[in-house]
Structures are given as structure tokens and as C-alpha cells.
Design a protein around this ligand. Structure first.
Ligand SMILES: [Ca+2]
Length: 213
């Protein structure tokens, strides 16, 4: 046995003797494991209060949804600003996930988008949950891809579509309203563009995560 190994053996024996001499109360315990409940720090998320973060986490957990991906959608749509409205003329899209007036009414808000804008972010969550549940039902229980959450916001008919499926083309109204989503600027918004936009939003966090209190 080398001298180094002998020294280590002696040290280990000393440590073992020391531990044996401790009473149970004195035996050092492992520090409490840090929480695994964290959400990717996408723009706007860190300003949300503890109650919202807890409810948001619980909503994703009970539905088996990816909390980072839904947070990414909300960040891109509203920056977690519950009272925000799409500023373009004639557009009613409002709130966390930018529901249009007809959708807000269909989700059970009698006053539609105008009423939605008066609700807190936390009060909007049950309607966000109802919306995603309805839109993702087309997957029949299959795990959504990252982009499926975003596709859900563009109409549930797009959920599950392949990455090369075209959602809008240059010249069309839908394209002009969402031209920022044409990530590679080729005149077509395809599913892959939406996924790339989500990836970019997530990359900008630098991997920083917000703990759920
Ligand atoms: Ca494109």
C-alpha cells in the first residue's frame, strides 16, 4: 500500500471513529434538497407573485403540460401582462394568451375580451387551462411537443401538424398579422418557424429558472 493510501485509510478510520462517537442528534444530516419546482425565467415571469406561480405550476402539473413551454407561450403573447390588448386596429386579442373576444365568450367569460382584460393574471388561469385543454384534446392524450402549445393558440386545427406544414403565406391577412413569426423570413409561416421562435425565447433566458415558492 502506498503512503498516500495509508494516510487516507488512517483519515477514514478517524472520521469513522468520530461519527461513531456522535450521538444521533449531532450526526450531520444532508441539507434539504433544493426544490425541483422551477420555471424557466422567460421575459415577464419573474414579476409574477407567489400565488400565481403556485397556481400556474399546479395547472401544468395536473394536466401533464410542460410548464416551461406554456410559460414561453404566455411570455411571447403578453409578457405576463394580464390587461394587455393587441394594439392593431380591429384586434380584440387580450390577456395572458391573447384570447379574441369570441374565444373569451366561448370559454365562459360573458363580457368577452373586455372583461378578460379586467381580470388578474391569476383569475385568468382557469380560462387559460380550459383553452389549452380544449385545443390540445385533438392529441387524444399524446404528449404535446413544445410547438403544440403555441399552435394551440393559433387554432386547435394546427395542433399536431408536422414541422413543414404551412400556417400562413405572404400576402394573406394572417401572415401580415403575424409576420414576426416567419422566423427564417421565407414568406411562409410554417410549424418549424413557431418552434424556432419558442426556442429563441427560451434561449434568451440563459437557462435561468424561477423557483416556485
Ligand atoms: Ca418561414
Amino acid at each position: 500500500m502506498s503512503n498516500k493510501l495509508k494516510e487516507m485509510a488512517v483519515k477514514l478510520r478517524e472520521m469513522a471513529n468520530h461519527l461513531e462517537s456522535l450521538t444521533p442528534d449531532e450526526i450531520p444530516t444532508e441539507p434539504a434538497p433544493s426544490t425541483t419546482r422551477t420555471i424557466l425565467d422567460v421575459k415577464g415571469l419573474s414579476k409574477m407573485n407567489a400565488s400565481f406561480l403556485r397556481n400556474f405550476w399546479a395547472m401544468c402539473e395536473r394536466n401533464g403540460w410542460n410548464v416551461d413551454d406554456i410559460a414561453t407561450c404566455i411570455s411571447r403573447e403578453s409578457g405576463f401582462n394580464a390587461s394587455i390588448q393587441n394594439p392593431l386596429p380591429g384586434q380584440t386579442a387580450s390577456g395572458l394568451i391573447q384570447m379574441i373576444d369570441a374565444t373569451a365568450k366561448a370559454m365562459g367569460i360573458p363580457g368577452g375580451a373586455a372583461e378578460l382584460r379586467t381580470m388578474s393574471a391569476e383569475a385568468q388561469l382557469p380560462f387559460v387551462e380550459r383553452y389549452f385543454r380544449t385545443a390540445l384534446a385533438i392529441l387524444k392524450g399524446a404528449r404535446p411537443r413544445r410547438v403544440d402549445y403555441y399552435l394551440a393558440l393559433y387554432g386547435s386545427s394546427h395542433v399536431g401538424k408536422p414541422f413543414d406544414a404551412v400556417l400562413a403565406s405572404k400576402g394573406g391577412r394572417l401572415y401580415e398579422l403575424n409576420s414576426g413569426l416567419d422566423f427564417d423570413r421565407d414568406g411562409k409561416i410554417v410549424v418549424a418557424d413557431l418552434d424556432a421562435a419558442m426556442a429563441e425565447t427560451q434561449r434568451r433566458t440563459g437557462g435561468v429558472r424561477v423557483p416556485v415558492p
